[in-house]
Design a protein around this ligand. Structure first.
Ligand code: ADP
Ligand code: MG
Length: 357
């Protein structure tokens, strides 16, 4: 197939964080050269890549020069400006299509898109001002969560409302920015499904992951999650719909709320490799990073089956200082991201604990 990139080809990655680092390592293992585009000097990804371009995302001239020097462009970060992705697309295929960025960058656009494609979400309303927050509360009721429409991650830019009295404080707490008000999901657990779509339309999904968050940030994932056939096929169908609607090439993550009564709600989607898929690095023949690289390179997708059950533990902030303790732990595999500075709430690495039979 002529659409298949050959080993030695160059893969451009927008974003220099740990996801870019692990994508670059997977690319290297398949014989590709990763070229990172990041505004940061000394990013985690650039230190394992063949080359790096350090420039702001808004420098479209630099973006064009970068895209001219690679065979395909992808992104590891959903807040890459859409114009940046479009500028790159003039010179190299951008996979997944920038359309996925447009959808994922704005929580209201995302929910509208998910609902339009047949998947349920919590009830939600766009909030543009203090006044519309009142109207949204009439519709949603409490408890509820107010979130900024854009740029939220790891639970940042969110405020919980226990009652209407919290409305003003919540709006101020998120910086009085354009927001979304969401009904509070009474879920029994959080799941995610990671699925990839290849250039030829083939789709393969990893087993469901069960994810535990604390303060809005992912702490642990267990996979494969225990789930009946109905739940598994519902999650797969839902991911398939979204992948096809976006004409998506690459790996997509879908975060789910399991209501425990057979219903799954979509929380959010991430058009990239995802923290809840890190367990695949040590429990699957083809991990999520290789799967994404295969997809964007036009290669056949790899085998996403789990060879063994696994638990992924995020090393957040000072957790990482205890890295030595994991070296001799039964079944544990340590992954560190090479971040120079430990900061509270910062993802520094993770550990996969693989259950051996
Ligand atoms: P982020 O972009 O920061 O990951 P999320 O919308 O996924 O934002 O929120 C982070 C976490 O907060 C979720 O994984 C979940 O635990 C909790 N959460 C978010 N929205 C809701 C909701 N509507 N109802 C209940 N819990 C929620
Ligand atoms: Mg999330």
């Amino acid at each position: 197939m002529t659409d298949m990139l050959q080993p030695g080809a160059r893969i451009g990655i927008l974003g220099g964080g740990q996801l870019g680092r692990m994508l670059a390592m997977a690319a290297a293992r398949l014989g590709f050269d990763a070229v990172i585009y990041t505004p940061d000097e000394d990013s985690p990804a650039s230190r394992v890549a063949a080359e790096t371009v350090v420039a702001p995302y808004e420098d479209l001239e630099a973006v064009r020069r970068f895209a001219q020097r690679v065979d395909v462009v992808t992104y590891e970060f959903e807040n890459v400006p859409v114009e940046t992705a479009h500028a790159a697309a003039a010179h190299a295929p951008v996979r997944p299509d920038p359309k996925a960025l447009e959808v994922a960058q704005d929580r209201c656009v995302e929910k509208e898109f998910v609902n339009a494609n047949g998947a349920a979400t919590v009830p939600w309303r766009a909030v543009g001002s203090r006044e519309t927050l009142g109207e949204a509360l009439d519709y949603i009721g409490t408890p509820a969560i107010l979130k900024t429409r854009r740029f939220g991650y790891d639970g940042k830019g969110q405020a919980a409302l226990k009652s209407r009295d919290d409305a003003q404080a919540a709006f101020e707490a998120i910086g009085a920015r354009p927001a979304i008000l969401e009904g509070f999901a009474q879920f029994t657990r959080e799941l995610s499904i990671l699925a990839a779509r290849g250039l030829n339309g083939e789709i393969r999904a990893y087993p469901l992951s069960e994810n535990r968050h604390g303060g809005g940030i992912l702490k642990e994932t267990e996979a494969p999650a225990e789930a009946d056939e109905v739940t598994r096929s519902q999650a797969f169908a839902l991911a398939t719909n979204l992948l096809e609607a976006l004409d998506y090439i690459g790996l997509l993550a879908v975060e789910l709320f399991d209501l425990g009564d057979g219903r799954l709600l979509v929380n959010e989607i991430a058009p990239r490799v995802h923290n809840t898929g890190h367990w695949t690095m040590d429990a699957c023949l083809c991990d999520q990073f290789e799967q994404h690289i295969r997809a964007i390179a036009g290669w056949p997708l790899g085998d996403p089956e789990a060879l063994a059950p696994a638990r992924m533990i995020n090393l957040i902030g000072e957790d990482a200082l205890g890295w030595r303790n994991w070296l001799n732990a039964e079944g544990a595999v340590l992954h560190l991201y090479g971040k120079r500075e430990v900061r509270e709430g910062r993802k520094m690495g993770h550990v996969n604990i693989v259950e051996r039979g």
